[in-house]
Design a binder for this molecule. Structure first.
Ligand code: HEM
Length: 255
């Protein structure tokens, strides 16, 4: 019997010799089944369900939510590094030449010119913010045009609207923090918009901005606290909820 078995193996290939001792096929089948039945149905199950011959060319747009999340992680890491050097003090000071400056802007100059890789870290934070805002907006467009906001995902859409507003608020508050002319211009617009409310305008501006003009420079401390403490915690909580819902409900199939 033993010699018969040896003769049979003698006719088999090397791969056959190996798989008869270490059978890999059941494991490959199990892995394939696990992938097909996983919560994340895209793109495999959709292509199979509708027996598509080609990969549907809108699939890459299903990455936009993930890209928003990756951009957020990048912003968190680079933001933590910048936080070691940034000074949230917008009060005006005279320079030796008689011009005006403030410590927030001076700390930006320090980051850009003296901190090793500071220029690159600030650049990554700056462009990461642009990418995140674009990705979140395009993600919303993808969800809208594939009809993924419909039942049972209405609540996740509303959660997404709040996430979009928070992302814009993140970008705006960050734009004000360098304390340069652009920041001051943008802060002026925000303060004047707040003041434009009838009767309570000035009180609201004082509450939100610390002052009814940019002259005291207090607005930078307000925006800093929003940007590095309040917004991140609210945002992380809502993002976890948003993605947990996607995990529970699965990604909607395009129609
Ligand atoms: C910080 C911002 C956001 C993050 C990190 C995020 C993340 C994600 C991720 C990873 C998914 C899985 C599918 C995919 O990537 O396309 C998803 C799905 C979804 N998102 Fe967002 N999202 C954000 C903002 C928004 C906004 C602004 C909206 C709409 C107003 C929205 C509505 C939805 C809906 C309805 C789904 C389910 C889509 C489906 O089942 O096909 N999200 N989100």
């Amino acid at each position: 019997m033993a010699s018969g078995s040896l003769r049979r193996h003698g006719r088999q290939t090397v791969l056959g010799w190996i798989t008869s001792r270490f059978p890999t096929t059941p494991w490959a089948d199990l892995t394939r089944k696990a992938i097909e039945t996983d919560q994340r149905q895209m793109p495999r199950s959709h292509a199979e369900k509708y027996e598509l011959k080609t990969i549907w060319y809108w699939y890459p747009l299903y990455c936009l939510g993930g890209i928003s999340f990756v951009a957020f992680i990048l912003l968190t890491i680079t933001g933590i590094i910048l936080g070691f050097f940034y000074i949230p003090d917008g009060r005006y000071q005279f320079t030796a030449e008689g011009g005006l400056t403030n410590r927030a802007w001076e700390s930006m100059l320090y980051i850009m010119n003296d901190v090793p890789f500071g220029f690159i870290v600030r650049g990554m934070h700056h462009w990461g913010a642009h990418i995140m805002i674009a990705a979140v907006f395009l993600h919303m467009c993808r969800v809208y045009f594939t009809g993924a906001y419909k039942k049972p995902r209405e609540l996740n859409w509303l959660l997404g609207v709040v996430l979009l507003l928070l992302t814009i608020l993140f970008g705006y508050s960050g734009y004000l923090m360098p304390g340069n002319n652009l920041s001051e211009g943008a802060a002026n617009i925000g303060i004047e918009m707040t003041r434009a409310s009838p009767i309570i305008g000035d009180a609201m501006a004082t509450l939100l901005w610390g002052d009814i003009s940019t002259l005291s420079g207090i607005y930078i401390l307000r925006m800093y606290w929003l940007h590095v403490f309040i917004l991140p915690f609210v945002m992380v909580g809502l993002m976890i909820l948003h993605m947990a819902l996607v995990w529970i409900q699965g990604v909607a199939e395009p129609h």
